[in-house]
Design a protein around this ligand. Structure first.
Ligand SMILES: [Zn+2]
Length: 319
């Protein structure tokens, strides 16, 4: 097996080439796309581009996609001669998948972005034993240890209620894919407040709804959305921070794992809510996968590899 990082992970197995999250790669091979975030999804899709139907749906409402991919569901298997590839849940956003590859070289797991914790809207990443592991290292430094999710959820709900009590509109700027829907689901289950959404967040929420995840939200572009905003007893969720045409004061919060380390002075609050695993989550995950070789990609690749070597795991950064 040959592996390298070239704008994405490239793996060569016998006569087959596998491209993982490789933006608009040219050449023959199977293109495996783990999820709909734009740094992982190409804009040109081919019959040998593999992704879940949810990833296709979400990606296409966020930006125009050309071509039709080969749609595979979580737990489906692709066979090419003696190579077998299974899609596994990654727990990161709707439709996100890991790829588990078995061949005459043994097994390899490519995680893409993973969340190793359950959320109000998703199940934690599947775990499977594998000889080789290619794992993301976004928060792969011991300085990133997220508080229990229930604690973060509690902080978000308390802040929302406090804003409402003070006559302010609580607003969240957060990723349109994944995090927005988690926050909306949390507000739907913990409060009776209506949620008004910005344009991209609304489109992604509609895809979640079509895929069976019910979210109560009102797009701001609808007359009802503006009326609710003007009344003021609501929460606003958007992927960009703009000026809302309302009289009541608006308080802005961020929801990001980076809130653990950085100060966001232009925001009233920042909550450490992430769709990725933190350091402990990644290390626990790796120990359960029990690989003989680990390649780290994205983020704290050097730090995570070093921490793994300290724990007796053979690990090196790939990018
Ligand atoms: Zn992602």
């Amino acid at each position: 097996m040959y592996i390298e990082y070239r704008n994405g992970v490239v793996v060569v197995l016998e006569k087959h080439r596998l491209f993982f999250d490789h933006a608009n790669v040219r050449g023959d091979g199977l293109r495996l796309v783990s999820h709909a975030h734009s740094d992982h999804t190409p804009t040109r899709l081919y019959s040998d581009t593999v992704m879940t139907p949810e990833t296709r749906e979400i990606a296409s409402v966020v930006r125009p996609l050309l071509g039709e991919p080969n749609l595979k569901r979580i737990n489906e298997i692709i066979r090419m001669d003696s190579v077998k590839i299974k899609l596994l849940n990654a727990g990161h956003v709707l439709g996100s998948s890991q790829f588990f590859v078995e061949s005459s070289y043994g097994s390899m797991l490519y995680t893409g972005d993973i969340n190793t914790y359950d959320t109000v809207i998703s199940k934690h990443a599947d775990i499977i034993e594998s000889d080789v592991l290619v794992v993301e290292a976004t928060y792969g430094s011991p300085s990133y240890s997220f508080p229990p999710r229930e604690e973060v959820y509690g902080g978000i709900v308390r802040w929302i209620l406090e804003c409402i009590k003070n006559g302010q509109i609580p607003a969240f700027k957060t990723y349109s894919i994944g995090k927005s829907q988690e926050i909306i689901k949390l507000i739907n289950s913990a409060t009776k407040l209506p949620v008004v959404t910005g344009p991209t967040v609304s489109k992604v929420c509609e895809v979640y709804g079509r895929c069976g995840i019910r979210l109560d939200f009102i797009p701001a572009k609808k007359r009802e959305g503006m009326e609710v905003l003007n009344r003021g007893e609501c929460v606003y969720v958007d992927s960009v921070r703009g000026t809302l045409p309302v009289e009541k004061p608006v308080k802005w919060a961020l929801a990001t794992g980076w809130a653990l380390k950085y100060r966001f002075n232009n925001y009233d609050r920042a909550f450490p809510l992430s769709s990725h695993a933190d350091f402990r989550g990644i290390v626990d995950f790796i120990q359960q996968v029990n690989p003989r070789k680990v390649y780290t990609i994205h983020g704290y690749t050097e730090t995570l590899a070093k921490e793994l070597r300290k724990r007796g795991v053979d690990a090196i950064p790939l990018d």
